[in-house]
Design a protein around this ligand. Structure first.
Ligand SMILES: Cc1cc2nc3c(=O)[nH]c(=O)nc-3n(C[C@H](O)[C@H](O)[C@H](O)COP(=O)(O)OP(=O)(O)OC[C@H]3O[C@@H](n4cnc5c(N)ncnc54)[C@H](O)[C@@H]3O)c2cc1C
Length: 382
């Protein structure tokens, strides 16, 4: 802004990172009346731009991940209200859709593994119904002939993460938050163990007694040692487009190696590869080939769709696959990150948790279980 001192300014809360997590938390804080400044380095490594947008606590449930499951179920239940409020505040559609998901086995081994998953769902009390091959095909006539049975999770949903990002930016600004471009270089403290603000790479500063770090795969570079041991896990997606009336499926279709996510506007996202390759965001021929081959096995009609794009992103991943949400380092410093495959799903839960902490409210057990201290205590280095 003309005449504004860009080298030093102040806020009640600085949020580093404008992905789905940073923006959701910034909005929650701005709604509660805090003066919020969001600082973001740009879309280059923003996982939220690449995500498929599944809100799928059942499909993501796994053995020994109870803390994550609790957060996922809580957040999935919050999503309809989260989307509705965003739409009310901005007049912009978010496109949340409770479409359900059908997980199919494409050979005997895959089907046996799905059976085990389905049994786990029963133990955990999750909504999941086993279907024969015929029943699967009745539900989704576009399924390939390899489909040998599977389970349907009727409550799973999807949303376009890029649309949500755009609407969140509008909502944040309407609620009074400022969103600035810039690279946060470090968190400053006042010498007595309290946060004093942030320093940007261009040398400017923003004073604030509270700072939230939500910088995705770069969280470990700014947070206190051991509190955010996050590594990037690469994932590639392919984007397709169906003409009206030619949608290949109604629900999310998932097999062992691929998922197909149909959106109401005709976009179909095929994802996703999983690779430990450091900070590599190149889309590879092999990755695209694998996705299209496996998607074709599950839903052959995808071959008829228009190919509109592909992308690679980095999932911010902790050693136990669950996020870190809470206080970390000097008084006033919060972190929210490491959401791995579930950042879209967990955005409403994370925003509510950070909102409660900013109001100094006690946090529920589901949030306490995700405290960054769990890694510091176990001696894992970032
Ligand atoms: C292929 C793929 C598919 C996925 N599918 C799903 C899905 O279906 N459902 C689901 O729930 N999740 C999914 N995810 C996971 C989801 O995308 C992530 O968990 C989520 O987007 C993480 O959000 P975030 O805001 O923490 O990080 P990001 O979206 O990465 O945002 C971090 C932001 O911080 C900024 N930043 C970094 N360093 C700095 C700095 N020093 N200063 C200022 N800004 C900085 C970056 O520029 C970026 O804008 C998927 C991920 C991938 C890669």
């Amino acid at each position: 802004m003309d005449g504004e001192d860009q080298t030093r300014s102040g806020a009640d809360l600085v949020v580093a990172g404008a992905g789905l997590i940073g923006l959701s938390c910034a909005l929650e804080a701005a709604r509660s009346g805090l003066e919020v400044v969001v600082v973001d380095a740009g879309a280059g490594e923003r996982a939220s731009e690449v995500a498929a947008g599944m809100i799928a606590p059942v499909g993501e449930a796994s053995w020994g991940e109870e803390a994550l499951l609790g957060a996922a179920l809580d957040s999935a239940a919050r999503w309809p209200g989260f989307a509705e409020r965003l739409e009310e505040e901005t007049g912009e559609p978010v496109g949340y859709r409770r479409c359900g998901a059908l997980h199919v086995g494409l050979d005997r081994d895959e089907t046996a593994e799905l059976r085990r998953m389905h049994d786990l769902h029963g133990e955990l009390g999750l909504e999941s119904e086993w279907l024969t091959a015929g029943a699967c095909r009745k539900l989704e006539p576009g399924l390939g002939t390899d489909a040998a049975g599977g389970y349907v999770a009727a409550g799973e949903a999807e949303v376009d993460p890029r649309r949500v990002l755009a609407v969140l930016r509008i909502a944040c600004r309407r609620a009074g938050a400022a969103i600035r471009e810039g690279v946060v270089a470090g968190v400053r403290d006042d010498g007595s163990g309290r946060v004093a603000g942030i320093e940007l790479a261009d040398g400017s500063r923003i004073d604030s007694e509270r700072v939230l770090l939500a910088t995705g795969v770069r969280l470990g570079e700014l947070a206190a040692a051991g509190t955010a041991p996050i590594r990037p896990v690469k994932g590639e997606v392919v984007r397709l487009r169906a003409r009206p009336g030619e949608e290949p499926c109604e629900r999310i279709i998932a097999s062992e190696r691929v998922y197909v996510v149909p959106r109401a506007n005709g976009e179909v996202v095929v994802g996703a590869t999983v690779e430990d390759r450091g900070f590599d965001t190149r889309v590879t021929a092999g990755g695209v080939h694998e996705l299209l081959r496996e998607a074709y096995r599950a839903v052959p009609e995808i071959a008829e769709l228009e190919l509109t794009g592909f992308a690679a992103g980095l999932r911010p991943t902790t050693p136990d696959n669950a996020p870190v949400i809470g206080r970390a380092g000097p008084e006033g410093l919060l972190v929210a990150g490491g959401h791995h495959r579930n950042g879209v799903l967990l955005a409403p839960f994370t925003a509510a948790a950070i909102g409660a902490m900013l109001q100094d409210e006690p946090v529920p057990e589901a949030v306490a279980a995700l405290a960054p201290g769990r890694f510091a205590a176990s001696g894992v280095a970032s």
